[in-house]
Design a protein around this ligand. Structure first.
Ligand SMILES: [Zn+2]
Length: 65
């Protein structure tokens, strides 16, 4: 089985993904309603971190409603 995000081999601890990062990316993709295509480009990793930070900020705001 391969990671649906990046196509690498699945890690048993992060199934069905290869890593926590890909699991987070999949979650962020769902939450943001957009399909980000990941790559090994470090800049993409930065974008993922930024997207996750944005999502966390938004979630925090919604909790305070
Ligand atoms: Zn992956």
């Amino acid at each position: 089985m391969t990671c649906p995000i990046c196509g690498k081999a699945t890690n048993a601890t992060a199934r069905p993904f290869c890593s926590k990062r890909c699991a987070d990316l999949d979650l962020a993709r769902w939450l943001n309603g957009s399909y980000a295509v990941p790559s090994d480009d470090p800049e993409d990793a930065d974008e993922l971190d930024q997207a996750l930070d944005l999502e966390r900020t938004r979630s925090e705001k919604e909790k305070r409603h």
